[in-house]
Design a protein around this ligand. Sequence first.
Ligand code: SF4
Length: 194
Amino acid sequence: MKDPLAALLAEIRGCAVCAAHLALGPRPIVQIAAGARLVIIGQAPGAKVHASGVPWQDDSGERLREWTGLSAASFYDAEQVALLPMGFCYPGAAQGADLPPRPECAPLWHARALAAMPQCRLTLLVGLHAQRRYLDAPRALTLTQAVRAFRDAPPGCFPLPHPSWRSTGWMRRNPWFAAEVLPALRAAVGAALG
Ligand code: SF4
């Protein structure tokens, strides 16, 4: 019998549901495996990741690994860590910034992908798109408010800002992030991976 997760991955890789809206065409980039204990829900691949096909292989990924304390080897071990963006394909850019993740993607794929990873103990919600979907947060909640209230997130969920270059200035303006959130994040990630 065919492995259901392999079948799901094959389906995802063949997806072209929103091809008409994708500047460079469909190229779904995800990392999932049945044993994953940490799920990282980000936004969408950027142009560099679209070109390489390797999730988070860019400056944002470097920063996220630093924040979480994960080595590259652990981060890219699908049996430990799943990488599941809100939009699996590069959405294109406008006015110097990447467009938001395609809205069709998470409703189409996430429930099945998450159900295929029953050992997940911790989900990092990276950026406001993931937080709006999974924290059931009011639309008016800002990213800073959502991250500041990380202790009130539902069990097993941890909200984070997107680790883009913009987060450097944001961290300077919000020193509580490095002082309080990052140590708690590293502890939670360590506990999830056991
Ligand atoms: S972004 Fe998601 S829904 Fe759109 S083509 Fe890629 S995998 Fe399919």
